[in-house]
Design a protein. Sequence first.
Length: 496
Amino acid sequence: MSNIVTFYSYKGGVGRSMALANIAVLLAQRGLKVLAVDWDLEAPGLERYFSYFELSQTGPGLLRMCMQAHDKGKADYRKFTSTIDCKTPHPITLLSSGRETDESYTTNLEEFDWDAFFSERGGAFIEQLRERWKEDFDVTLIDSRTGLSDTGGICTIQLPDIVVGMFTANLQSLYGVRDVMRLAQQARQRLAYDRMPLSVFPLPARWGVQEFQETQIWLDRIADATQEFYEDWLPKGIPSRAVLEAVKIPQIAFFGFGERLAVVEQGTSDPQGMGYAYAKVASFIASDFREVDALIGKQQVLDAEAKAAAAPQRAAPTQTTEDYLYDVFFSYDTTMSEVVLEFTDRVKLELRALHGDPPPKTFIDVQEIRGGEAWADVLSDALVHSKVLVAFVTPRYIKSPFASKEFKLFRERSRATGKALLIPVILRGDSFPEYVNQLQWMDLRKTSSVATAQRVTETSHQARLLAERLEKLIAAAPQFDPAWGKLAKGFYDSAE
């Protein structure tokens, strides 16, 4: 086994460097040869988590290595590393940023031209670096910069075999990671170098003590948002939600002060501790992404396998474009994302309670980063191949060229089929076109103005009413008409 694993987050403050450092120590304790790389050059500091251990052979770091590779066309990474003695079979090799030992670090970083670096065989150097690291180490762990950057592509596309995508229970953090991982997987397919597909391991972090229902809503939301990544490596029959529950990194106030290692100070035996969760992730990485029981336990894996074996085998549909893909399409304007997501998550819980497993399939477009033409095709297919549309109406929704087209598409489909396929829900505003007023089914405008406790009760009641309505409309939906597919082409061609 030899893997390069990047730890990435779209937003800061998720404990990415902390997680990497703890997992590096755990892997070294297993006897693996570990390289830890601080590629967050703008905000480095990975080495500070290793202050418990003796640091020797201090090298000048990653930035100096890249500078030499740019100037001379080559650089031996070993001359730029440091050694961390963790009293393990093999010391951890650290390739720090170099900031702590380089007085010119800030100036060098500002002046380093990454475009020039890649135009002058920088890509080939990175490729050679990857080959050397896979030869010299069992596991290489890379701490990547947040967001989108010049160096981000190195860490999320060219170098890794696996990306650990970290996020908190925050919409921007979660969907930002998901969108960047999608882009990375797409870019990986276009890479000039031969590569296996990029595996993504979603890792929720800073998980605080939350009210039970809110916890369930967030776990369902995360499972829905990241399901596509589990399909690449999680055996069928094992729900991704079970993995999320097992590995979520808890928020422990003590470790929010300074750079501390939970696996040193707290150990790995406390199921409520950070070290316990880190140990699960480390075990899974050490197993080369194969032993899922390291995450959720052997018995749960056996139970899932037995359940899958006992389930009747059904032939996979051969022509998905000739049938529905979703039961419900939620249409809304993007300024209302948080309100809409909170409400639709409650609707999904109610649908599950009414319908049982599997619940009706729903689609809602949530993006931090627009995915280009490929995502436009996904949206078009989802819209045309949905049975019912729920429109969350605001003045901006009516003015949106995309949202208004979605509304009108299902209004016309309802007229043509004689079936109720459109549910307008008023969120905000006072004056709407007559075609909206005629179809209005639910008004949520007053809900936002009541006291918090009453609002929660009222929202739950309204979510239940909408779920009951949807259950009936889904059951009565007309047979899919392949002619509707013609409407998908170019539906989302222009930017909103």
